[in-house]
Design a protein around this ligand. Structure first.
Ligand code: AMP
Length: 393
């Protein structure tokens, strides 16, 4: 018997179209997964606390309950032939129940590892891949010593629960040590200090691995963040082919070493010297992979369905240069103004802009509401389109 936790359950088990895929979490990632999987003939049930959630709108059924509601998780297990999730902070009791009562090919170990920055860093290192130098911090005096060792700036992070730059403090001088420690230790989780990487670019690679051991990586994306939120993903990344291939190779190496099933998103820092350090992992579809929807032969969502259902993986070949722009709450109005313009004004050059909206009810500031994939003859042209569109003014 293989180890249930490892996610390498049953290499022979194939989940055929017609079966039901259960998705824990009903946000935009679940929605795009369900849209893709429905096209392939799968049925979907999702669990999310918000009624009429983005995924619930396109799934066959939504169970409306809290993520940690064990009874609701049991109902999800009963209705599903296979279960996946669209976020990594899945409650341990819920994971255990789903593993016992349904089929979770991704396993619990991948979640356990990626829920915690220190465990994640150790797994990346065990795969033979570099991370920024780091130290585990359990007191203000330990933090002071580590800040002296690493030099400033350096970044203090909570081991769990952080996203989009939350749960982080960039320490710029020793005077900030006490306050940074005080503030982040309120999160009641371990802390980790990282050396600051003066990166030239941030890249990401999404790889997929299936129970039959097939592994494929999508082309590396160059990511631009604004206020710690992803703004643009540019593909091909504006760096050498050698670096792109190296980033893709590292993602495959991590997927294989960790025995990943499904998708793994690998975020990396590229330094001026051409060194690559992994920043973090996500065991699910990733915002920086939305470009694949129109720009690759297979989207990240279809690939995830293929991987968890143990179908052969699809080609990850890039069909066209592309820039993905995230539509946040404040960009919805300008996007809607743009979308009603005559086609000749929308696509003046040879670009094609594909709009995706997630069906969220309230367009709050900085909330991810949708994205636009701009397909063009070059990434420069796509970037010019983004500039000229006035959507992100
Ligand atoms: P994270 O939540 O770890 O993805 O960090 C959010 C953002 O903070 C990253 O995308 C980087 O822009 C920046 N950042 C995080 N860690 C570091 C680091 N060690 N060195 C430099 N920048 C960092």
């Amino acid at each position: 018997m293989s180890d249930k936790r490892s996610g390498s359950l049953d290499a022979a088990k194939v989940i055929r179209p017609g079966s039901t895929i259960g998705v824990l979490g009903g946000g935009q990632l679940g929605r795009m997964l369900a849209l893709s999987g429905r096209a392939m003939g799968y049925r979907f049930v999702t669990l999310d606390p918000t009624p009429d959630a983005p995924c619930g709108q396109v799934a066959d059924r939504q169970i409306t309950a809290a993520y940690h509601d064990v009874e609701a998780a049991r109902a999800l297990a009963e209705e599903s032939d296979v279960i996946t999730y669209e976020f990594e902070n899945v409650d341990a009791d819920v994971t255990e129940l789903l593993m016992a009562e349904s089929y979770v090919p991704q396993g619990s170990r991948l979640l356990y590892t990626t829920q915690h920055r220190l465990r994640e860093k150790r797994a990346i290192e065990a795969a033979g891949v570099k991370v920024a130098p780091y130290a585990e911090i359990s007191s203000a005096s330990e933090l002071r010593d580590a800040v002296i060792r690493f030099g400033t700036p350096c970044v203090l992070k909570t081991a769990t629960g952080g996203y989009d730059g939350k749960g982080q403090w960039v320490i710029r001088s020793l005077d900030e040590v006490e306050e940074a420690y005080e503030t982040l230790s309120r999160a009641k989780t371990e802390l980790v200090l990282e050396q600051f990487i003066h990166f030239e670019k941030e890249l990401s690679v999404i790889a997929a691995r299936s129970p039959r051991g097939e592994v494929k990586a999508f082309p590396a994306a160059e990511n631009i963040h604004v206020n710690n939120i992803l703004h643009l993903s540019i593909v091909p990344a504006r760096t050498s082919e050698h670096i792109q291939q190296e980033a893709e190779r590292l993602a495959v190496q991590i997927a294989e070493s960790m025995g990943v099933i499904g998708l793994i998103a690998v975020e990396l820092f590229l330094t001026r010297e051409g060194e690559l350090f992994v920043n973090e992992l996500a065991p699910r579809p990733h915002n920086s992979g939305h470009y694949t929807m129109e720009a690759c032969k297979t989207s990240q969502f279809e690939q995830h369905v293929r991987a968890i259902c143990n179908l052969p993986l699809g080609s990850t070949e890039l069909l066209t240069p592309v820039v993905m722009g995230n539509v946040l709450g404040q960009h919805v109005e300008p996007l809607l103004d743009w979308i009603v313009q005559p086609e000749s004004e929308q696509q003046a050059g040879g670009e094609t802009a594909k709009v995706h909206l997630y069906g969220k009810h309230e367009a709050k500031h900085n909330r991810k509401m949708g994205h636009v994939n701009v397909l063009a003859a070059s990434v420069d042209e796509a970037l010019q389109w983004i500039e000229a569109s006035n959507i992100w003014r």
